[in-house]
Design a binder for this molecule. Structure first.
Ligand code: AMP
Length: 265
């Protein structure tokens, strides 16, 4: 069976490449029977984002041969309990250190997402690529960053994951989507860890992820109403960002982890 990669990006004030402000994006990898519904869902997402109304939406559909698709087991999910944004940031730095990121790089990443990581303080379309030891930003275009594409849950695996997580209280669509992305990013050879919180003003949670620590959800990483957020991929030993990004764009389907010990909501 073939798959279809469906990609969406929306901007206000013109296209991204013409300097428009990024509003929302989405990346899916679905079978033919899900294609139309997926295009519709992504278009609706573009038109109803809390950051505002886009005047540019780009939707791309590409066929992907099933032989080219790699399967990856989802990272296990745990959650840190925090009482404030400040505690959330401290927990994120702690988890990043645990995953092998230098303290100065971890602190710099948090500060960048707080201030808005794009050149004029807004949100980026993709992720910052940061040297895990020096904290240097490596992405060539700091407005775009790098984009992870061609990824999705295998539908039965997603249904199973949601059922398991709803028993634990964390079956969010948003967490499922972020978990798929984090699983793919942290599986890449040169990734040390990832830090993320949403730019959606209504969603204040985020996570730190790494192969060694799994997906650690942190429920408060910004104040409600803030339109700022982003992603930082910490790397060690990459030859160049283009090759690293190419690895993040190879087709991947997420399947269920068979061993779930230690997972909690
Ligand atoms: P979201 O969790 O969808 O609110 O996204 C938060 C931030 O993560 C966005 O502002 C982007 O900077 C970044 N981002 C979203 N999707 C991707 C992706 N597919 N690849 C890389 N970065 C992304």
């Amino acid at each position: 069976m073939d798959y279809y990669s469906v990609r969406m990006r929306a901007a206000a004030g013109g296209a991204h490449e013409a300097g428009g402000q990024h509003i929302s994006g989405g990346e899916r990898l679905v079978g033919a029977e899900e294609l139309e519904a997926t295009v519709q869902k992504l278009l609706r997402r573009a038109l109803t984002h809390e950051l505002g109304q886009p005047d540019f939406v780009n939707l791309t559909v590409e066929k992907v041969a099933s032989a080219d698709v790699t399967q990856l087991p989802a990272l296990p999910v745990t959650q840190r309990e925090v009482q404030s944004v400040c505690e959330g940031h401290a927990a994120a730095v702690e988890e990043l250190l645990q995953a092998g990121v230098a303290l100065s790089a971890a602190q710099k990443a948090v500060a960048l997402l707080v201030q808005g990581p794009a050149p004029h303080g807004g949100v980026m379309r993709g992720a910052i690529v940061m040297d895990a030891d020096t904290g240097a930003r490596l992405e060539s275009d700091p407005a775009r960053g790098v984009r992870v594409t061609q990824l999705d849950w295998e539908p039965r695996a997603l249904a199973g994951w949601k059922q398991r997580m709803s028993r634990l209280g964390t079956a969010h669509e948003r967490v499922a989507e972020a978990l798929a992305l984090a699983t793919k990013v942290t599986a890449a050879a040169d990734t040390v860890a990832e830090l993320c919180w949403s730019d959606d003003p209504g969603y204040v949670g985020g996570y730190v992820a790494a192969k060694s620590i799994g997906y650690v959800r942190i429920p408060q990483l910004k104040e409600p109403g803030s339109p700022l957020g982003g992603r930082v991929f910490f790397v060690r030993g990459i030859r160049n960002v283009q090759e690293y990004e190419a690895a993040l764009q190879a087709p991947v389907l997420i399947v269920e982890q068979t061993e779930q010990r230690g997972e909690q909501a």
